[in-house]
Design a binder for this molecule. Structure first.
Ligand code: ADP
Ligand code: MG
Length: 324
């Protein structure tokens, strides 16, 4: 079964200038699989995550394309359908842990509301159980605290506990650990993926942390300028990337990536698009660029795809490197 199916999705932010944040996304995620979405800041990861949850701002306009989650046409849902979709299918964990909780309400009360919405028992004992499952020490005390009274790592674990107790079919996590220090980060990531596996939850994980992606995700989609430029099994895409952008990304200093910093060793920055890219949006920064790259728009192939018109040459090069 396919959990998420996206075809040629184009999204633009309208305003004084038009920004095309998604320039034709093609993506499929199998049920129960975990897919990491990686790419520099500004590549469209958060926009993609928000549109899958229909959480994108009003200024965003879907220009074309289709988006299905669990066979449901998400873009066509009415208010009731959307409410059901967000309640029964989706959980979303934002980057800022404290901001994703309600600052005016004690943590226990927030857990209670989630449990009630699920039609579950809302007792204090049940609230404590949920926090214990996230290895939160002193959970009896934590349920009486307000979000600002706990650390960032704790708040994020609470947010994950709230998301996972609903046994969502699809979990979207937008750089959920970027604000955490490395030890807490490892533990939180492990808990999240262990719970997701136990529940059969499909995970879309937006991340800069390539070593963690390699460790926990089945598949990787590399985004650049609002397109998925390469996707495939995590080990293959990170270990033997084919697309010149993935190759540059994978070559960025891994110790920096491990510390959760921005991947910034490729000179220049991703472009801000105002309409469809004519050729390949990466061409201006690409070491393998040929004249045709600025005019020929690479199109996706059926299998492990790489949006580069020189893909066959790149593959041959990767094969040579591997055999060397
Ligand atoms: N609300 C918005 N209004 C206008 N432009 C936006 C908005 N949100 C994102 N963008 C633009 O869309 C592009 C993709 O951004 P984003 O999805 O946040 O990328 P990422 O999460 O990969 O950093 C960027 O050029 C960004 O400036
Ligand atoms: Mg983002």
């Amino acid at each position: 079964m396919t959990a998420v199916r996206i075809r040629d999705l184009v999204l633009e932010f309208t305003g004084t200038t038009t920004v095309r944040a998604l320039d034709g996304i093609d993506l499929e995620v199998a049920e129960g699989a975990s897919l990491a979405i990686v790419g520099e800041s500004g590549s469209g990861k958060s926009t993609l995550a928000s549109v899958i949850g229909r959480l994108h701002p009003r200024s965003a306009r879907i220009v074309s394309g289709t988006l299905e989650v669990g066979g449901v046409d998400v873009l066509a849902l009415d208010i009731d359908g959307l409410r059901r979709y967000r309640r029964d299918t989706l959980a979303y964990i934002a980057q800022d842990p404290i901001g994703s909780l309600d600052p005016t309400m004690r943590i226990g009360r927030q857990l209670q509301l989630v449990l009630r919405a699920m039609g579950e028992e809302t007792s204090t004992r049940r609230q404590i159980e949920l926090l214990d499952a996230m290895r939160i020490a002193n959970s009896e005390r934590v349920i009486r605290l307000f979000p600002h009274q706990v650390s960032g790592g704790m708040a994020q674990r609470v947010a994950i506990a709230m998301a996972m107790c609903r046994a969502p079919k699809l979990l979207i996590a937008d750089e959920p650990t970027a604000a955490l220090d490395s030890q807490v980060r490892e533990e939180v990531v492990r808990l999240l993926f262990e719970q997701a596996r136990a529940q059969g939850t499909t995970v879309l994980w937006l991340s800069h942390d390539l070593p963690a992606v390699a460790r926990w995700c089945d598949e990787v989609a590399v985004m650049y300028a609002g397109r998925v430029v390469e996707r495939g099994p995590a080990q293959a895409v990170l270990g033997q990337p084919v697309h010149p952008y993935s190759r540059a990304l994978a070559a960025t200093d891994p110790s920096r990536a491990r510390r959760g910093e921005r991947l910034a060793s490729i000179p220049g920055a991703p472009p801000v698009l105002h309409g469809a890219s004519a050729g390949c949006a990466f061409a201006p920064r690409c070491a393998a660029r040929i004249d045709a790259c600025t005019t020929t728009r690479p199109e996706p192939a059926a299998t492990r795809h790489s949006l580069c018109i020189r893909t066959e040459e790149m593959r041959a090069q990767v094969r040579l490197e591997v055999s060397a």
